[in-house]
Design a binder for this molecule. Structure first.
Ligand code: SF4
Length: 455
């Protein structure tokens, strides 16, 4: 998971626009943030571990001058959480200097790294993309198209080189990438919510396999790579990752999540006194569950919003610490039969602690309802779910998961129910972590830290 943003707008304060664009994309990655600008072909990048608001201030932003800017918020999926893996990466190659930010994960990163013949600075798969473009002697758009041909897996990329902004999406379209306009100036971003924040109007999504280059002559778009016959927009974006106010493939994420909750109430009804979300991503589905079941909605748990998402924090020790810092139950759950709605269970450790917290607060029954099917298989396309051994549902029945988390009852939304709520056809979405049916070949070793030793 990462957020990317780019703007080509000579005459505007592009670094500030990138800052606010990243601010809207903070939920996609909280490990590091960075902005690169280009002025007269010269690239300046500032990237650091931390949240957007921690990395940038008035002083360092005012030093980032140029006519175009890109930005990145990172959550690591290949390569650890180290400064060398922050983005945008910058590579000075044989043909040009390239800076880029990447959302997604390549499944052929090993092979591509080896093909560069270089010792790279980072252990991420994203630097490889920059190297391939920077070393290619053909004109920039051709070098980009040739590089896109070689990428397998997920890549929504924004970059700058030779005073031009570029953006592209892999042939499957795993990760979203949208084009907007600020006046006539092009803006690209992972999600529509970033366009909204900077005041850009949505124009359209980039199509799978499409390449965009913006320069002084305008925006040039070409279908650089044949799109896959079936698209693979990540279904996890719909129920977990994307911000609720974002529109994915024309569908508002919040509304889709409400429909998931409504369908869940039909599929797995329960007698209870209140419906509460496990905040924040469980909230719209809890609203839907409450609406469809007629059981009153209430908060139940208060979340400290200034602590990062526990799911996003990469180490188990941090996750355990995170849950205690993050939630506090309200007195009104005491004596009640509670339905707690969440978007997913991956390892089960967070849900178990929340169930215990609700019983400790006096709930008489805790019914867990999940607005997605069981997560049973890893993601190789940019969401660091966990390994299959760590996923509780990959080796347990629903009843075993219920017992492990200590809930009174447990039910998941069916795959058909989830699919219907997205209003997208099944062949337009990747659902591999729920079905084990991957749209591409997957690497034997997809371990996140596999390139660390090569540095
Ligand atoms: S495997 Fe799962 S998380 Fe990964 S892209 Fe596919 S649907 Fe999304």
């Amino acid at each position: 998971m990462c957020g990317v943003f780019g703007v080509y707008a000579p005459g505007r304060d592009v670094a500030r626009l990138a800052y606010f664009g990243l601010f809207a994309l903070q939920h996609r990655g909280q490990e590091s943030a960075g902005i690169a600008v280009s002025e007269d072909g010269r690239v300046t990048a500032l990237r650091e571990l931390g949240l957007v608001a921690q990395v940038f201030d008035e002083q360092n932003l005012s030093g980032l001058r140029g006519g175009l800017a890109i930005g990145h918020t990172r959550y690591s999926t290949t390569g650890g959480n180290a400064w060398s893996n922050t983005q945008p990466v910058v590579h000075h190659g044989r043909a040009r200097t390239v800076s880029l930010g990447h959302n997604g994960n390549l499944v052929n990163a090993d092979e591509l790294r080896a093909s560069t013949g270089k010792t790279l600075q980072s252990s991420s798969d994203s630097e490889v993309i920059a190297v391939l473009v920077a070393d290619d002697q053909r004109p920039l758009a051709d070098a980009l198209a040739a590089t896109m041909e070689r990428l397998e897996g997920a890549a929504s990329v924004v970059g700058l080189s030779e005073g031009k902004l570029f953006a592209f999406r892999d042939r499957y379209g795993f990760r979203p990438l949208v084009l907007g306009r600020l006046g006539d100036d092009p803006v690209v971003a992972s999600e529509t919510c970033a366009l909204d924040l900077v005041g850009a109007r949505f124009e359209r999504e980039l199509r799978p396999g499409e390449l965009l280059v913006a320069d002084e002559d305008g925006v040039h778009v070409r279908q650089a790579v044949e799109p896959a016959p079936e698209g693979a927009l990540c279904i996890f974006e719909f129920f977990y990752l994307a911000r609720p106010d974002t529109r994915l493939a024309g569908v508002e994420v919040h509304a889709a999540r409400v429909r998931m909750g409504e369908r869940l109430a039909e599929e797995a009804p329960v007698e209870a006194d209140l419906v509460m979300p496990i905040p924040d991503s469980g909230t719209p589905a809890a609203v839907g569950f409450s609406r469809a079941s007629g059981i009153p909605f209430s908060e139940g748990l208060v979340k400290n919003r200034y602590v990062g998402r526990t799911f996003i924090q990469p180490e188990q020790g941090m996750r355990d610490q995170g849950i205690r810092m993050k939630f506090n139950p309200l007195a009104e759950v005491a004596g009640k039969r509670v339905v707690a709605v969440d978007d997913s269970i991956v390892r089960g450790s967070t849900t178990r602690q929340i169930v215990q917290m609700l019983f400790d607060a006096g709930a008489t029954e805790v019914h867990i309802r999940i607005s997605s099917p069981p997560v049973i298989s890893p993601c190789f396309y940019g969401i660091d779910l966990a390994s299959e051994e760590e996923m509780i549902a990959s080796h347990s029945t629903v009843e075993e998961v219920r017992a492990a988390i200590g809930a009174t009852s447990l039910a998941y939304l069916s795959l058909d129910g989830l699919q219907a709520a997205t209003r997208r056809p099944a062949n337009a979405l990747c659902r591999a972590c729920l079905t084990r049916e991957y749209p591409t070949p997957v690497p034997l070793d997809g371990a996140k830290l596999r390139f660390e030793a090569a540095l």
